[in-house]
Design a binder for this molecule. Structure first.
Ligand SMILES: [Zn+2]
Length: 349
């Protein structure tokens, strides 16, 4: 079974492990990443959005640990400096390019849905370059064009912190996603430029007001690469039924996130989490979006995930679980890769 993934943070792992040869660790395999080449071969992974996430300048080692608590409401981390963000982004792009260069044409940076489809048909691996938070982009959008020329085709306006474009949603449980103000005027301009240049806009990590600002301005179908159902897990990062309906009306797509804090009804970030939680979210998303608009955005290498799918090599366990729960092969294939492939062929042009 092929698998296309809406979100991973493996480039961040290599960015943190600066003393390691990232291409060597990637191709030989390692025990600090959820995704590496041997795990890709075991999983039939055919591609995905590779996120560039710029971490806080002060590292926060307790981030996941604080999400083990019964309730939590993180303050938004401080804004980050644009030059720092630009440098970190370019460093992660270099890591990715080096991996691609050493892949013997097995891995490709794709800038259109057509290229992605060809990659999948050829049994190669298609990568979409995504930034999770637009801090590397300056107010005159000069860096946007530079990044576009390097292959950037997907932008999350914010991670869960504020920047000059929008306000992020804090990590909070239990909580509504209606937290804070939406897009700034610059953020609205950025949305329009993304539409003109056919850059995808990711809604995951926007708060509710920001979500509806994008929905109002953008003409593209709405995309939340790695978000779950708020009805099941009352977490600020998840999507309400009204938001799901708005996505459905735009012919958009949602990728189910494996981060256990967004999957479990108790909002705790712990790996002892049954795959049933994924099925519950999936059932709910299917009810609102229909079977052509639900996909997966694992958050591998960026979250604590359920033990049974503890890294990419074990993704088949989820496929079998879906089948065991009565999902047809056809539906499971759609969720695993066909819906992303169709969405990207239509919208990444
Ligand atoms: Zn994320």
């Amino acid at each position: 079974m092929k698998y296309f993934d809406g979100h991973n943070d493996v480039l961040l792992k290599f960015y943190f492990e600066k003393n390691k040869d990232s291409a060597k660790e990637f191709f030989n395999g390692n025990d600090f990443c959820h995704i590496d080449f041997p795990k890709i071969l075991k999983s039939n992974f055919c591609g995905g959005f590779f996120a560039i996430f710029v971490p806080n300048e002060e590292p926060d080692d307790d981030f996941f640990k604080r999400m083990i608590n019964e309730k939590y409401d993180f303050p938004l981390p401080n804004k980050i400096d644009q030059t720092y963000a630009k440098n970190a982004t370019n460093e992660m792009i270099s890591i990715l390019n080096n991996i691609i260069l050493q892949s013997n044409n097995k891995i490709k940076l794709c800038t259109s849905g057509k290229e992605i489809n060809e990659c999948i048909l050829d049994n190669n691996i298609a990568i979409i370059l995504h930034i999770e938070g637009a801090e590397a982009i300056d107010k005159d959008f000069k860096n946007l064009y530079e990044l576009y020329n390097k292959g950037l085709r997907s932008i999350g306006l914010v991670w869960s912190r504020n920047n000059i474009f929008a306000n992020g949603v804090p990590f909070s449980y239990p909580s509504s996603p209606d937290r804070g103000e939406g897009l700034t005027d610059l953020g609205k301009d950025l949305v329009k430029i993304c539409d003109e240049k056919h850059i995808l806009i990711d809604l995951s990590h926007l708060n509710q007001k920001g979500f509806y600002d994008v929905a109002k301005i953008s003409k593209q179908p709405l995309m939340a690469t790695h978000s779950n159902a708020h009805f099941i897990t009352n977490h600020s990062r998840n999507l309400t039924d009204e938001q799901l309906t708005t996505i459905k009306n735009s012919q958009g797509i949602v990728g189910i996130n494996f981060a256990t804090a967004f999957l479990r009804r108790d909002g705790r970030m712990i790996p002892e989490t049954s795959l049933d939680a994924i099925v519950e979210h999936c059932d709910h998303l299917l009810k609102f979006l229909g079977e052509d608009h639900v996909a997966i955005g694992s958050d591998y290498d960026g979250a604590v995930v359920p033990n049974e799918i503890s890294d990419l090599s074990k993704i088949e366990n989820l496929y079998k679980y879906f089948i065991g729960k009565g999902y047809s092969n056809t539906l499971t294939e759609k969720i695993f890769y066909k819906n992303w492939n169709n969405f990207l062929q239509k919208n990444l042009i």
